[in-house]
Design a protein around this ligand. Structure first.
Ligand SMILES: C[S@@+](CC[C@H](N)C(=O)[O-])C[C@H]1O[C@@H](n2cnc3c(N)ncnc32)[C@H](O)[C@@H]1O
Length: 241
């Protein structure tokens, strides 16, 4: 039983009808992905499959993997109602057992790497299933602005984000947040831990984005127009020469 099994239905409702097209963080991910038509793409920690569906609509050949069987049931329900040829597989990002080496042209992990308990085995398994030159793109809660002691404070001039315990890595859970960090928590890692982990495990860093929220998202959470809510990274499997 994974942590998300217990909140799977809540999570699906919580995401609501919010379209990825209106999501500034997803826009950064999409611009890093480029045209996915015909590519074999793994949606790692796919949850209820919103990203997998989006990619399939853009003609990628999509496999969604998640450790939560309940979220996969919901994803398969969407697939049954509106088939897109998405394959959903129960699996652990830390091993990706059952997946062949070099099986994918790209792996994307949207707002989930901070939910996976261990980073290094995950980075290694992603490296294994990618073909040489293939990309890995992830978006996470920005590690500089989400920690066990992060909050918002109203000061002269507007809201500011307050941060403590940045150097304390590991699981944290919020008593006040209404989203996943309040329900199941998340794993904090510093920015340098993320970047160096990829560089140390056969990846090349291609680009980093820190999207500023706009539109409805900004109206709901104005703090994220001041500092970035999420960090988006693109790296690729280095080609050996
Ligand atoms: C915040 S949800 C994001 C889901 C989806 N990417 C989305 O954007 O809606 C985090 C996901 O990470 C998954 N997860 C956590 N640990 C995992 C692991 N070791 N292997 C695969 N998935 C995992 C959870 O089950 C959950 O679906």
């Amino acid at each position: 039983m994974s942590a998300y099994d217990e909140i799977a239905e809540w999570y699906d409702v919580w995401l609501g009808g919010a379209a990825l097209e209106d999501d500034a963080v997803f826009a950064a991910v999409e611009s890093f992905m480029g045209n996915v038509a015909g590519l074999r793409v793994c949606d790692l920690a796919c949850g209820q499959g919103r990203l997998a569906r989006h990619l399939a609509d853009r003609r990628a050949v999509v496999t969604g993997v998640d450790i939560s069987s309940k979220l996969l049931d919901i994803a398969r329900g969407y697939e049954a109602r509106e088939p897109r040829n998405i394959e959903y597989r129960l699996g652990d990002a830390r091993t990706l057992d059952g997946f062949a080496a070099a099986e994918f042209d790209g792996v994307v992990c949207f707002m989930a790497l901070m939910d996976i308990a261990e980073l290094e085995p995950t980075v290694r398994s992603v490296h294994r299933v990618l073909r040489a030159g293939g990309w890995f793109i992830f978006a996470v809660l920005h590690p500089c602005f989400h920690t066990s002691r992060s909050d918002e404070l109203s000061v002269a001039g507007g809201l500011v984000r307050t941060i403590g315990s940045y150097f304390v890595e590991g699981h944290w859970r919020s008593d006040t947040r209404t989203g996943p960090p309040g329900k199941v928590g998340a794993y904090h890692r510093t920015l340098s831990t993320y970047i160096n982990m990829f560089l140390a495990n056969g990846f090349r860093l291609d680009g980093v984005a820190e999207p500023r929220l706009t539109g409805r998202q900004a109206e709901l959470r104005p703090i994220w127009t001041e500092v970035p809510a999420a960090l988006v990274v693109r790296c690729s499997k280095a080609v050996e020469v």
